[in-house]
Design a protein around this ligand. Structure first.
Ligand SMILES: [Zn+2]
Length: 250
């Protein structure tokens, strides 16, 4: 093919991708239809394969229920339609896992992740929905999980969780946190991991301010005292705060 044609086709593809991205953002932020959230499980080790094989869509249902019930507190008392949590077949190929350390690396990682998602999932089925690649690990004493990631552009997330029954409820907290990032929510904790006041507090008006009963979900922790914050056990110990609600269009 002649060079000007190649450039023209590449430009057209870029314009099309940008247009789809903008349309998807507007579409999900309108909250007029039930949000479709597709979960693609990935077993990260041989020991996690059995756990992944027995996952059911019902394991994730509470995430949709959580979003719908929290929206009722912010959207003038009217809940958004119950999001549809769909469990997809297991994926064998791993997504790109490097951590971005600069703006340029973040852009590269985002493009690689979008290319991975394009190859692994059906384009038409995922249009206007969120795709979360949930990576299951065996817990090890000496290891913490890599950082999870939720991207607004492309409505994509890579979520690291543990492959054990005891962690199921907490896994859903992590999945809901990254899902909210894909919808436009920003983190609300400081560099030490403590919730930022007031946006990262479940109840900023509580008197006294500490201890808080619950965590703001994208702040990640319950502010127990000025110097201590605890990880919530399950979604029942979390809320969506006013700043996050505004960011996701409620
Ligand atoms: Zn986060």
């Amino acid at each position: 093919m002649r060079r000007p044609w190649r450039i023209l086709i590449l430009l057209l593809v870029l314009v099309l991708v940008a247009a789809v991205t903008v349309w998807e953002r507007l579409w999900v932020r309108a909250w007029t239809r039930p949000l479709a959230v597709a979960i693609y499980p990935v077993a990260m080790d041989a020991a996690s394969q059995g756990f992944v094989a027995q996952l059911r869509a019902g394991d994730f249902r509470e995430i949709g229920v959580f979003l719908a019930s929290e929206s009722g507190r912010w959207s003038r008392g009217k809940s958004v339609p119950l999001p549809r949590m769909v469990l997809k077949p297991t994926i064998r190929e791993l997504p790109p896992l490097e951590q971005a350390r600069s703006g340029a690396e973040a852009i590269r990682l985002s493009l690689r992740l979008r290319w991975y998602a394009f190859r692994q999932t059906s384009f038409w089925e995922s249009l206007g929905g969120v795709r979360l690649f949930v990576l299951y690990h065996q817990p090890r004493h000496d290891e913490t999980l890599p950082h999870s990631l939720g991207l607004k552009k492309g409505l994509l997330g890579v979520v690291h969780v543990f492959a054990t029954d005891e962690q199921r409820a907490q896994n859903n907290v992590v999945i809901a946190h990254e899902l909210l990032h894909t919808l436009g929510a920003t983190d609300k904790y400081d560099e030490t991991g403590k919730p930022i006041y007031p946006v990262g507090f479940a109840d900023p008006y509580a008197e006294p301010r500490y201890p808080q009963d619950k965590a703001e979900i994208v702040a990640g922790r319950i502010a127990v005292s000025e110097h201590r914050a605890e990880i919530p056990r399950d979604l029942g110990q979390t809320v969506i705060g006013y700043a996050t609600a505004a960011e996701i269009g409620w």
